[in-house]
Design a protein around this ligand. Structure first.
Ligand SMILES: Nc1nc2c(ncn2[C@@H]2O[C@H](COP(=O)(O)OP(=O)(O)O)[C@@H](O)[C@H]2O)c(=O)[nH]1
Ligand SMILES: [Mg+2]
Length: 398
């Protein structure tokens, strides 16, 4: 490791000197203000990946002060071979460098965030507001840039909301007119079965109950299967069960006179075998199948993104959001929809069947998110804000 001290009139120049002298991989070990400006101590790890096996750590070098070749080097690998220890030491150094790098990243992020507050306090306030909406950092960052030319805070906020709505693709709910085969997939408990009942009841009101059939692939849990059967009885529509591709084909055949077939699926987690079987079973529903990913607006951001990734294996055509009525903020759900790149078909905002289901419209959804923010302003951790703000990431390396 090479360590060097740099003095410059300001941080920007000091960082440039560090980069020019020690290169892109240098990390800052300390910084302090001095009479001349700032003083940075920076280091660069001179041990490359390829050198790991051959580099000599300080402990081994101490052993060479007598001019002797370290014993471990002459001996065949044995229990006392120091190489594992050397490796451990290098590994520890590397971890330390990683930690320093992370620390630097946080420091620079905070500097860059602080700098934004000084330069453009209204932009900083807008970024914070977008983050409090629950939006993913990349989207907040993008919106911030796109409204950078608007100085008046309310106008900038309105424009950002408008632009956000423009990012949410929606689709027509034509299936309620045309019919077809519609499967709802998504995590357990998000409201798939309830939504199926809502969609079925809506369709029954328009086209009569004889035009609908239900299929359940959620047959692992007795309660889940019974729930669909109960809705089937209430709506007076037949319910079939399908456990595998063959039984799915049979179920579809037996409902071939129905204009709309709704398929209820099990929420799937880490049980990959069952997951694969469910996907195969769904595919056996044939070419008329439309798959809708169901996400709950009460789920936190990272879990939503994981669900989007997991259920992409089902190749969803569109998505829907449920539990809007219970969500404390809507930004995470909106972000997940935008990241998924799936058109949003429906919004569910309550347990009542069939009332609490509406066609998705982007601007009202965003307005609702903004209203929620007004009602529950909440707070964002300053460190989190600083790290989310791009300046920090962009400058993470000197
Ligand atoms: N508040 C609220 N609850 C809902 C909504 N949709 C479903 N639920 C409730 O969420 C729970 C799980 O719903 P369920 O349809 O069984 O979820 P599934 O496991 O995905 O099929 C039930 O208690 C539903 O009444 C909604 O939009 N809002
Ligand atoms: Mg269910």
């Amino acid at each position: 490791m090479k360590i060097k001290r740099f003095v410059a009139p300001d941080m920007r120049q000091a960082l440039r000197m560090v980069r020019e002298t020690l290169g892109e991989d240098a990390v800052i070990l300390s910084n302090k203000s001095t009479d001349e400006g700032v003083e940075l101590t920076a280091a660069v790890d001179l041990v490359s990946e390829a050198d790991v096996e051959t580099a000599t750590p300080p402990a081994a070098r101490r052993g060479t002060s007598t001019g002797q070749i370290p014993r471990g080097r002459r001996q065949a690998p044995a229990a006392s071979d120091p190489r594992p220890a050397e490796h451990d030491e290098l590994q520890a150094m590397r971890e330390e460098m990683q930690n320093l790098r992370r620390w630097l990243q946080a420091e620079l992020a905070s500097m860059s965030w602080h700098d934004l507050g000084q330069r453009a306090p209204q932009a900083q306030a807008l970024f914070e507001k977008l983050m409090r909406l629950g939006l993913a950092a990349d989207l907040a960052q993008d919106l911030l840039q796109r409204v950078a030319d608007i100085e008046e805070p309310t106008q900038a906020w309105r424009k950002a909301l408008f632009l956000l709505a423009g990012e949410i693709p929606t689709c027509d709910q034509g299936i309620l007119e045309r019919g077809g085969v519609l499967a709802l997939v998504g995590p357990t408990g998000v409201g798939k079965t309830t939504s199926i009942a809502k969609i079925a009841a809506r369709f029954a009101l328009r086209h009569g109950h004889r035009n609908i059939g239900l299929i359940s692939t959620d047959n692992f849990r007795i309660g889940a299967r019974d729930q669909l059967h109960t809705y089937g009885r209430i709506l007076n529509v037949p319910v079939r069960t399908a456990d595998d591709p063959d039984s799915m084909r049979d179920a579809i055949d037996s409902l071939s006179d129905r204009r709309l077939i709704l398929i209820d699926t099990a929420g799937m987690g880490s049980d990959s075998e069952r997951f694969e079987l469910q996907i195969e079973t769904l595919q056996a529903a044939g070419s008329r199948l439309t798959t809708l990913l169901t996400l709950s607006a009460t789920t936190e951001g990272a879990a939503l993104e994981r669900a989007v990734a997991l259920f992409s294996a089902c190749r969803p055509d569109a998505c829907m959001l449920t539990k809007l009525d219970e969500a404390g903020s809507l930004g995470a759900a909106i972000s997940a929809v935008i990241h998924a790149g799936l058109p949003l078909a429906w919004l569910a905002d309550g347990q009542r069947v069939p009332e609490d289901l509406q066609a998705a419209r982007a601007m009202p959804l965003v307005e609702r998110a903004a209203e929620l923010l007004e009602r529950h302003p909440g707070e964002c951790d300053p460190t989190y804000l600083a790290l989310s703000y791009k300046g920090g990431r962009a400058n993470a390396r000197v």
